[in-house]
Design a protein around this ligand. Sequence first.
Ligand SMILES: [Zn+2]
Length: 406
Amino acid sequence: MIIVPLGVASATPTAVRHLPSVALWREGDVHLFDCGENAQMRMLQAGLKRSKIENIFISHFDVDHYSGLIGLLSTLQLQRRDRPMNIIGPKGIKEYVEWNFKFANIDLSFEINFAEVEEGFESQVVVDHEDFYVEARPLNHSSFCVGYRFQEKDKPGKVDAPKAEKLGITEDEQFKALKAGEDVELEDGSVIKSYDIVGHPRPGDSFAYITDTKYCPNAVKLAMNTNILYHEATFSETLADKAAETGHSTTSDAARVANEAQTKLLVIGHFSARYTNPFVLLREAREKFFPAWLATELRPIYTNPAQEKGIVKQKVYIKEIDEKKDSKSSGGKKPYDKSRGRDSSKKFRKRRPQTDRSKSRGRDDYDGSRRSRKPDRQRSDDSDHRSSRPPKHITPRTPFDNFDRF
Ligand SMILES: [Zn+2]
């Protein structure tokens, strides 16, 4: 399971942050939590296919959380989607979507299944799939707002294939039955017990999406023992009054939920536009809970960090620092300490042109004087530099610009 924040701003977008939306990628499908303006463009930039969206969960009807929904659905219509789509949200979401397409006189090419939750509900499983389920609970915001927990069902244990073959299991059907917990009877009448071959069930991964709320016990219930808790931290502790007034959380509230729910990783997002440097918020959160991360747009977060290897392939070769040192010292034919001495003297000379003395002189004068002072060393420096200069390596613009990741 991979979580990709698509927008981490609150209320208004900033030059570098988009309106709220978080994508969950699992087994090739995408599940979207909130759909702020530009969510569909952020998906493109993240390399997430819009056609792969299965479920869209809307937390509440503050415009920044659903303003991208109609645009996204319209794109899917233009892409001639024919698979049904599920939209889950507070009561009214069905009316909103249907009214918009009626207004635009568009007959959608695909079916939308709506699941609405009404004010006053306590807890509801809004999606129940073969492999996972999604639970919704009301949060505590200035308007009716819903939090979600995406929970994978337990996976069957691993099959000990060599042992099974030794005992005479050959058919796929037999393997399937064993995996499903059934015992298999062989032709000779011997019975192979499922628990002899299949290991313990593995717990499924989980993710909680808690945004636009004050601290509330339902958030803790949704986040209980999750692999990843995405919790809003709109304000710093210093603005606790403002947070209480607007129905939002501070970094302490987010850390409190993480602590009480014993989540494995807290990711804070939904930052107020006043924080140009969200690391201020991260520092506060980390004082109370660790590990805590900042939600960074387009930066994937893995429920199982071991999966990270192999999915994101580096596009450029990055030199190790040690390797760099080696190539420098071995590039020249002269002994190591000598070349090092020369390097440091070179560095020292390079800084000189910035002094007043060099400013008053012309560049040619300066070079001339330097050459006349140490002509041999200067020349050998240049030639040495050219021959030992390492090949130029490109630094990627951002580490997240690989468009074919998912
Ligand atoms: Zn919000």
